[in-house]
Ligand binder design. Structure first.
Ligand SMILES: Cc1cc2nc3c(=O)[nH]c(=O)nc-3n(C[C@H](O)[C@H](O)[C@H](O)COP(=O)(O)O)c2cc1C
Length: 188
């Protein structure tokens, strides 16, 4: 049975839901054993060489992956560089939520970002993100204020955001396609 490692970082839970979905579906549909690791809880370095494929994932905040993911990438940089099997990267991103900008942010937040660590990926995808202005939101007052200020004044942003509720721009068909493309890569 093939095995896949997924390492992720998620500040508000958006990316965590995505990678959990991808991993469950991969186990059931793809008959692949998945090890899902939250980079925040990672104590020691991992031996990544034993896997048949790796997915690296993060939510984006102020243009960046989470600090724990950056730490993971830095520590495993050489191993990832030497890894001969498929590596994929995916992110949840507010800017990538607009279909016309998806390709641009896929390039920037996955392929280009990984290249800064010397890591070459076989597959990259930016998914839309979540802007949660509801009462129970994990964003908190500070983040809600920043997003409102940024988005309301930026005319290039075409998203119709409701500043009173939860806006979920994740495209689950796109997420499932990413999963299926990755399964195909590791089965080749
Ligand atoms: C303070 C703040 C800054 C953000 N900055 C960016 C950004 O620079 N680019 C982007 O595409 N999305 C940005 N976002 C949107 C997030 O990417 C989106 O909320 C995503 O779903 C978060 O994923 P997570 O819950 O897994 O951390 C920002 C969100 C917040 C709250």
């Amino acid at each position: 049975m093939r095995s896949v490692l997924i390492v992720y970082g998620s500040r508000y839970g958006t990316t965590e839901e995505v990678v959990k979905h991808v991993s469950e579906e991969m186990e059931v549909t793809g008959k692949i054993k998945v090890e899902l690791v939250n980079s925040k809880k990672l104590k020691n370095n991992l031996d990544i060489s034993k896997y048949d494929g790796i997915i690296l994932s993060s939510g984006i905040k102020i243009g960046s992956w989470t600090k724990h993911m950056k730490k993971f990438l830095k520590y495993h940089q050489d191993q990832l560089d030497e890894f001969k099997k498929p590596i994929a990267a995916c992110v949840c991103s507010g800017y990538a939520s607009e279909p016309e900008k998806n390709e641009q942010y896929t390039q920037e937040y996955t392929y280009d970002f990984m290249a800064t660590f010397g890591i070459k990926i076989s597959l990259g995808q930016a998914f839309g993100g979540v802007f949660d202005f509801s009462q129970g939101s994990k964003f908190g007052f500070f983040n809600k204020t920043i997003i409102k200020a940024l988005y309301k004044n930026d005319k290039s942003i075409k998203l119709d955001v409701d500043y009173e509720s939860k806006n979920d721009y994740r495209d689950w068909e796109m997420i499932n396609k990413f999963r299926d493309d990755f399964i195909q890569l590791i089965n080749n």
